[in-house]
Ligand binder design. Structure first.
Ligand code: CO8
Length: 259
């Protein structure tokens, strides 16, 4: 495993724990931290035993307070065209491992968008989700305008984006922004439990199911159904399918082998 300046990494029970660790700046995502997250995602993808990546912030004050505003202040218009944060979050969404954001404290701007790019969001009671970019004279630019509306609906997304309002963990769960809501104390345990449940499944099926949902979401239903069918055909050709169905019939636990 690499050594990172602003990330803490731990691999435990098939989970790659990626902790954003720049608490003095509320884990604001500067260029070097984004670069490290990029490398860490590559590293997690290559770890065969890892099925789930859990992203969290160090301490319970902040998941991530967004892009580094000091760096944004100096950025020129055409520099905003590079893949940057949006490209990284697309990479996270397209990552073959399941991604879980465990959010305690601030998840603002690019921090909220990072959570939105994950497959599952678990919010602690003290979570504070918001897209306050308009206060800075810019707009959410790392997937926020698109992912938020797809997750919570266009009306609520427009309200959050245009007012810049910040919602807590309970509200986030109520409107579907967060998948689960828990106490701060239970956050890591809840994330671990969700990861453990996912990890019982076969990696090929996990990947196919994840992509069928993500890739099918933005296209017409007929084509999306075809993607589902083709993905299922791939799953039917795996040893894991033989193992999963045999285990059920033989009343035993399945041991999946990723092939
Ligand atoms: N960037 C840089 N530094 C930050 C950031 C940030 N986003 N957030 C906090 N910090 C720093 C503060 O400057 C401060 O540093 P210092 O001690 O040197 O003064 C330190 O962290 C602690 O911050 P506060 O004293 O403000 O701590 P509080 O606990 O009082 O408040 C808040 C915490 C509410 C999180 C507050 O710091 C805040 O409002 N931060 C800004 C939140 C924000 O507006 N985020 C959106 C940023 S824009 C964005 O994410 C765009 C993404 C898309 C970009 C696409 C580009 C192409």
């Amino acid at each position: 495993m690499k050594n990172y300046e602003n990330l803490d990494i731990e691999i435990k029970d098939g989970v790659y724990w990626l902790t954003l660790n720049r608490p003095e700046a509320r884990n604001a995502l500067d260029a070097s931290m984004l670069n490290e997250i990029d490398q860490a995602i590559d590293e997690a993808e290559q770890e065969e035993n890892v099925k789930v990546i859990i992203i969290q912030g160090a301490g319970d004050k902040s998941f991530a307070a967004g892009a580094d505003i000091k760096q944004l202040n100096a950025r020129k218009p055409l520099e905003a065209l590079v893949p940057g944060m949006q490209g990284l979050y697309n990479k996270i969404e397209n990552c073959k491992k399941v991604t879980v954001a465990a959010v305690s404290g601030y998840a603002l701007g690019g921090g909220c968008e990072l959570a939105l790019a994950c497959d599952i969001r678990i919010a602690a009671k003290n979570a504070k989700f918001g897209l306050p970019e308009l206060n800075l004279g810019i707009i959410p630019g790392a997937g926020g305008t698109q992912r938020l509306s797809r997750i919570i609906g266009k009306g609520r997304a427009l309200d959050m984006i245009l007012t810049g309002k910040i919602i807590d963990g309970e509200e986030a769960e109520r409107i579907g922004l967060a998948t689960y809501y828990t106490s701060e104390k239970e956050l890591a345990a809840k994330a671990e439990a969700v990861a453990a449940e996912i990890s019982k499944k076969g990696p090929v099926a996990i990947q196919l199911a994840k992509f069928a949902v993500h890739k099918g979401y933005d296209i017409d239903e007929g084509t999306a159904m075809w993607i589902e069918k083709l993905s299922q055909a791939v799953a039917f050709g795996t040893e894991d399918k033989k193992e999963g169905t045999s285990a059920f019939i033989e009343k035993r636990k399945a041991t999946f082998k990723n092939r």
